[in-house]
Design a binder for this molecule. Structure first.
Ligand code: NAP
Length: 304
């Protein structure tokens, strides 16, 4: 069967595209890598900037989006997409379980955590090094931890950890934070949080588990050791675009699109964190999903 639209990915961008496509009565299939999981939002404790739903948990928002799409009739399949291609007006989506045919594709595969690349990071992964504060924070109740990074994720992770940890260090390589001002204010107001400015991690050290961080101040060159039991790495994201690189133009791995989420290939669109967008928020991901379905519908009309 040839779908009118195949959406690859079921985070906020893909699920919103599924809602709009279902309302447009497009024969739509959503391919998700893991059932109900994988998207960054699932591991976000609280989404404080989605209009009208202040403080909603990332999990609850994701489930609401999914329920909405399913209630409208969107079809879901679990598969891992390895490549896409096209012949005439038909697109082919190759997954590990099968090949799917569609007239249009929306890529909504999102992004994943970037690694820090410091000595000890691999060795202590799961033994004190984590990439998800909401998943692993509870293991460090009453203990001292560090969060690495200065973006929104680092600030939100650090804030979350202040609720259960004795002390939370935020280690940032510059003397100015990148994340939103409101997140900065909230963290700096916490008595058990301390920012270690202009500091980079030379090594994560320990024996069986993490015992501390070796830091270097980039301004003074001074070396220090900060004893912590947990290190939460939050140094940015990498796009989940490997299956499309070569077929589609990218900029540092982020798929290049125009304002209507069109890639250079007619009938193929990219939305949310995987595309080269100036702002990566839940609301912009959702907006992309709506815009892309509108553009896909216009493209389908040209096919007659
Ligand atoms: P991000 O905004 O790119 O921030 C990454 C941080 O890690 C930056 O502070 C960066 O330092 C630092 N960094 C990068 N490489 C490093 C290295 N090798 N060593 C040390 N530090 C390093 O990434 P993010 O916080 O993961 O957020 C991803 C996207 O999601 C962003 O667009 C963000 O705004 C968005 N987001 C938004 C919200 C929200 O609105 N509430 C919540 C979560 C995420 P520099 O500052 O020096 O570059």
């Amino acid at each position: 069967m040839t779908y009118e639209l195949v959406i690859i990915g079921a985070g906020p961008a893909g699920l919103t595209a599924a809602i709009y496509a279902s309302r447009a009565r497009l024969r739509t299939l959503v391919i998700e890598k893991e059932p109900f999981g994988g998207s960054q939002i699932i591991n976000t404790e609280s989404v404080d900037n989605y209009p009208g739903l202040p403080g909603i948990s990332g999990f609850d928002l994701a489930m609401k989006l999914r329920d909405h799409a399913q209630a409208l009739g969107a079809e879901f399949v679990t598969d891992s997409v390895t490549a896409i291609g096209s012949e005439d007006d038909i697109k082919y989506i190759s997954g590990e379980k099968g090949i799917y045919e569609a007239k249009t594709i929306i890529i909504a595969t999102g992004a994943r955590h970037r690694k820090l690349g410091a000595p000890g990071e691999e060795e202590f992964a799961g033994k004190g090094v984590s990439y998800c504060a909401t998943c692993d924070g509870a293991f460090y109740k009453g203990r001292d931890v560090a969060v690495i990074g200065g973006g929104n994720v680092a600030l939100e992770d650090a804030l979350y950890l202040t609720k259960m940890c004795r002390k939370v260090y935020l280690v940032h390589r510059r003397d100015e934070l990148r994340g939103e001002k409101i997140n900065q204010e909230q963290l700096l107001a916490k008595e058990n949080a301390e920012v270690l400015w202009s500091s980079v991690v030379s090594a994560i050290e320990g024996s069986d588990t993490v015992e501390g961080l070796r830091l270097r101040n980039v301004k003074t060159g001074e070396e220090s050791f900060v004893p912590v039991s947990g290190v939460f790495v939050a140094v940015g994201i990498l796009p989940n675009s490997e299956s499309f690189i070569g077929t589609l133009e990218d900029d540092g791995g982020f798929i290049v699109t125009d304002a209507e989420c069109r890639t250079g290939q007619p009938g193929i669109f990219a939305v949310g964190d995987v595309r080269n967008t100036p702002l990566r928020q839940v609301i912009t991901a959702c907006a992309d999903g709506a815009v892309a379905v509108n553009a896909a519908s216009a493209y389908l009309r040209t096919l007659g």
